[in-house]
Ligand binder design. Structure first.
Ligand code: HPA
Ligand code: ZN
Length: 341
């Protein structure tokens, strides 16, 4: 472990952009396929890893939806979620606000309650066993219809008593602008849910504008292409909205040709409140520390920059002000220690 990774691990941070289904490691995929008697198009974990050569978001999504077919029982969702929390607890993640795709499961006959209760039980045990606090956000698949999103919103209502705190929007971005879900997000807002959405990952900055202005989101997922619109960039810098950027994801899905060309530094310099996250770590080659390391080395980020990204993640989370203050104070303490990096 390099000194830089020790420094990164020592900083308390929140993960704000993580798809639980994207934390399904090849080993667990094989184990669950066996446990549930599911036929996979791969013979072993090496073949699975070889299949992870993506040229764009859709390439990845096609494999991601196939991979999740091994998740069948409440226990499977529990095991998946707890394995993620155990891993990131060793990387300084003190809080995680995680996404899941209920429609990716209900659409193949797994009841909403089986998926959701398995995840929630693991979030409770992860808090207890590993000290990672967490919240659950349900994402709508944007390639599906508005009507299907509304049906999912209705089905989830019993969990809106504090167990599912918000809704998000993910899957194939191009051709599925945020405006398609304006009425769904308005309904969710009426239900006092928090709102996030993927925009500007592959889609244009106009999608970011729609997500902010039409969906009235509380936080933006990705948002890399915001920089193409100077006026929008200035507005979002002033508003202080948090961006959940995912460096290794952007590299693996060819959003950037090389990490040295990642826009994270330019986003920070433009005054945007940027955070670092892992998106689908089992598919993109690393969890939080790997994402921080990769982007810090490529863009020559200072310790102050890295600490600021961690502060942003705490500030941009849905923790209470009191909880945020505790973690921010720890970040300041860590920075005071003598680091050899
Ligand atoms: N982008 C859009 N949808 C997704 C992603 C992503 O990176 N991961 C899982 N669903
Ligand atoms: Zn994502």
């Amino acid at each position: 472990m390099t000194d830089l990774s020790s420094f990164i691990n020592a900083l308390p941070k929140a993960e704000l952009h993580l798809h639980l289904e994207g934390s399904l490691e090849p080993e667990m995929m094989m184990d669950l396929a066996k446990r549930n008697d599911i036929d996979l198009p791969y013979k072993n974990v090496e073949e699975i890893r070889q299949a992870y050569a993506f040229t764009n978001l859709q390439d990845f999504l096609d494999i991601y939806y196939k991979g999740m077919s091994v998740l069948q029982t409440e226990e499977d969702f529990y095991d998946l979620t707890l394995a993620y929390l155990e891993k990131v607890s060793r990387e300084g993640v003190v809080h995680a606000e995680v996404f899941y795709d209920p429609q990716g499961h209900t659409g193949r006959g797994i009841p909403f309650s089986v998926v959701t209760n398995g995840i929630l039980r693991a979030l409770d045990d992860g808090r207890e066993n590993y000290g990672v606090s967490s919240e659950l956000i349900m994402s709508f698949l944007r390639h599906l219809s508005e009507e299907e999103a509304f049906a999912t919103l209705r089905e989830a209502e019993p969990w809106f008593d504090g167990r599912i705190i918000g809704v998000g929007l993910d899957s194939s971005e191009l051709g599925h602008p945020p405006s398609k879900f304006q009425r769904v997000f308005a309904a969710a807002r009426e239900m006092d849910l928090l709102l996030v959405a993927h925009a500007g990952e592959e889609g244009p900055s106009a999608y970011v504008r729609e997500a902010v202005e039409l969906l009235k989101i509380d936080r933006l997922d990705h948002g890399n292409r915001t920089l193409e619109d100077i006026e929008l960039t200035e507005t979002l810098a002033r508003s202080g909205i948090t961006f959940t950027v995912c460096p290794l994801s952007n590299l693996k899905l060819c959003g950037v040709p090389d990490m040295k060309e990642h826009p994270l530094r330019r986003m920070m310099d433009a005054g945007l409140k940027v955070t670092v996250n892992s998106d689908d770590p089992a598919y993109f080659g690393g969890y939080m520390t790997a994402n921080f390391l990769s982007v810090a080395q490529a863009l020559d980020l200072s310790k102050q920059d890295i600490a600021q990204l961690c502060r942003n993640s705490i500030v941009g989370s849905f923790l209470t002000e009191g909880e945020k203050a505790v973690h921010i104070a720890t970040i300041d303490q860590v920075l005071l220690q003598p680091w050899d990096c």
